[in-house]
Design a protein around this ligand. Structure first.
Ligand code: SAM
Length: 287
């Protein structure tokens, strides 16, 4: 690479990423946009533009990080989720497109207009903030055990100017009022860690750069889902819903956990890859 290269020539570096990224061209465009502080339309409009040497140097440094496998979202510090642009950091998971399915399902549930929602393991705040942006009458509470994630979610909340979300630190339900205490929730939603501790994927791709606290959940990947599903009934209104994301091979186990915890209308929905990804259930009895 050199400072005399045009936009088109700089984008040709994507060839070097082909073997390690399915989105080599897009990755290269995003890094160049970041270095030049422009959007992708600008790149298409000005293919012959020759950036300044300092901009090329910045691009080269970013590109070198991508060559080591570091996720684009961590390099540029943000990730799109739903309609929001969220700040991300190595303190929690990069929001995934498949998690938008949780948001979509939640928005389609039969819930009161003024609805109280609890997002467990909020990370960047992705799920809670997406719901809050769509339903301004809803009151959302979002918790995470990691204070760095709580702080990040709060930054995102402020940036998105969403006043109907409160975010605080809690080890699952430990700081959440339950039983007769108010408020209780009409919907509990969670994308908890669900990867088995010995899963070889943990040493591959983006997962290498994300914290274990956001990914791993015991020998069978179900430790956190067990806590969330077993304890949710104490915090849900009757006719309230629990909605969780899980691994594509965990559907059966998760449905059993829902049934054992007293949920009815238990169902699993598939993601855009046709993989079982989200299970939900309704709590009919008053607990
Ligand atoms: C898979 S990430 C999901 C993050 C975000 N909800 C999303 O969908 O992008 C799981 C999150 O759960 C949090 N977490 C892990 N153990 C927890 C616990 N005991 N109590 C609360 N949150 C926890 C992690 O810090 C992480 O932010």
């Amino acid at each position: 690479m050199s400072s005399i290269n045009s936009v088109t020539e700089l984008l040709q570096n994507s060839d070097q990423l082909q073997s390690m990224s399915d989105t080599a061209v897009l990755d290269t465009e995003l890094l160049l946009c970041f270095a030049l502080d422009v959007d992708r339309t600008w790149l298409k409009t000005w293919p012959d533009h020759r950036p300044e040497a300092i901009q090329v140097k910045t691009f080269e440094a970013l590109f070198a990080r991508r060559l080591t496998g570091e996720p684009i979202a961590f390099i540029i510090g943000c990730q799109g989720f739903w309609t929001l642009n969220l700040k991300v950091s190595a303190d929690t998971l990069i929001p995934r497109p498949e998690t938008e399915l949780l948001v979509e399902i939640a928005l389609g549930l039969d819930l009161p207009k003024v609805c109280r929602v609890l997002d467990l393991g909020t990370g960047t705040g992705a799920i809670a903030l997406a719901l809050a942006s769509e339903r301004t009458d809803w009151q959302l509470t979002a918790v995470d055990s990691q204070i760095a994630a709580v702080n990040l979610a709060e930054i995102n909340r402020q940036h998105c100017q969403l006043d109907n979300v409160s975010i605080y630190q809690s080890d699952w339900f430990s700081q959440v009022p339950g039983f007769s205490a108010s408020p209780q929730y009409h919907l509990i939603i969670s994308n908890p860690p669900y990867i088995e501790i010995n899963d070889p994927h943990l040493s591959q791709g983006d997962l290498r750069f994300e914290p274990v606290s956001a990914l791993v959940s015991g020998q069978d990947g179900l430790d956190d889902l067990r806590i969330v599903i077993e304890q949710s009934p104490r915090y849900l209104h009757s006719n309230g819903w629990l909605l969780v994301e899980h691994g594509y091979q965990q559907g059966n186990a998760v449905r059993n956990l829902f049934a054992n915890a007293g949920f009815t209308a238990v169902a699993t929905q598939v993601d855009y890859n046709n993989l079982e990804r989200v299970t939900l259930g309704c709590l009919l009895a008053t607990h």
